[in-house]
Design a protein around this ligand. Structure first.
Ligand SMILES: [Zn+2]
Length: 264
């Protein structure tokens, strides 16, 4: 995909999808690195991701400053995105979320463990980051550049980092991969917590982990999932709005009527 307008629509839909699947609510956001300017990224103005449209997207530099002046409200945690793009040239998309499925793990610092094949997309035991370790008592929002840098450092070469008592940050090599990882890892977290109430989890072998993590690279699963989730957004009445018709339908002539006078 090379068309920036199409990429902007896809990013807006990505926000709608991840919200529609219960990973985002009023909080959280999905961003993408700018297609033509790797030193910039696109992220919505501050609004619930289920409502985001392409028109809401703001272009930021990697210090998370808007490239063009704007008066609209902005997400306070945007440094998460900027600092990860800065640290990881291979990352093309980032999602930060507070998915309910993860909260039991985040409250107890329990490792994320893949429990089904697609759950391996979240990695095996991805790192934890505790804001308290470096910054003491905070409101847990990642708003200062140094906090974003610290989080990016914890992410390292992984694709997901768990944030104690807060949420999760996910990276991807594309918007669709980032969406897939965000949703499937949340499903896995839900299954994992339920499984732990029944007994010990039987782990994947290292070989299985490698093979399963590559499923989306060797199947049509990524495209199929995107179409499925996009369809669910459309059924819920969201997603890209149909474009306005260029010409309005003709109205019957109403000479000398009040409505005809109003239209003149
Ligand atoms: Zn957050």
């Amino acid at each position: 995909m090379t068309d920036l307008a199409e990429a902007r629509r896809e990013l807006a839909l990505a926000n709608n999808i991840v919200a529609n699947e219960g990973v985002l609510d009023a909080f959280g956001h999905v961003s993408m690195r700018h297609l033509n300017h790797p030193g910039r990224y696109l992220l919505s103005r501050s609004r619930a991701p289920e409502l985001v449209t392409a028109e809401d997207l703001i272009e930021y530099d990697l210090d998370s400053r808007p490239v063009r002046g704007t008066n609209v409200a902005q997400y306070s945690e945007r440094v998460i995105h900027g600092e990860i793009y800065k640290a990881r040239p291979d990352v093309m998309s980032v999602c930060h979320h507070h998915a309910p499925a993860f909260m039991p793990l985040l409250a107890t610092r329990t490792d994320y463990v893949p429990v089904f094949a697609l759950g391996t997309i979240g990695g095996s035991k991805p790192p934890f980051w505790d804001q308290r370790d470096e910054f003491g008592d905070t409101d847990l929002l990642v708003v200062k550049p140094e906090q974003g840098t610290s989080l990016a450092r914890a992410l390292g070469r992984h694709w997901m980092v768990l944030m104690n008592r807060h949420g999760v940050t996910v990276a991807g090599t594309s918007v669709r991969e980032c969406v897939f990882r965000s949703i499937m890892a949340s499903r896995n977290a839900e299954f994992q917590v339920r499984a732990m109430t029944l007994g010990p989890i039987e782990p994947f072998t290292p070989g299985e982990l490698d093979l399963c993590a590559n499923i989306i690279g060797v199947t049509t699963g990524l495209t199929r999932s995107w179409e499925y989730w996009a369809m669910r957004v459309a059924k819920a009445g969201g997603g890209p709005r149909p474009r306005a018709k260029k010409t309005a339908p003709k109205r019957p002539a109403a000479k000398n009527s009040k409505s005809a006078k109003r239209r003149r």
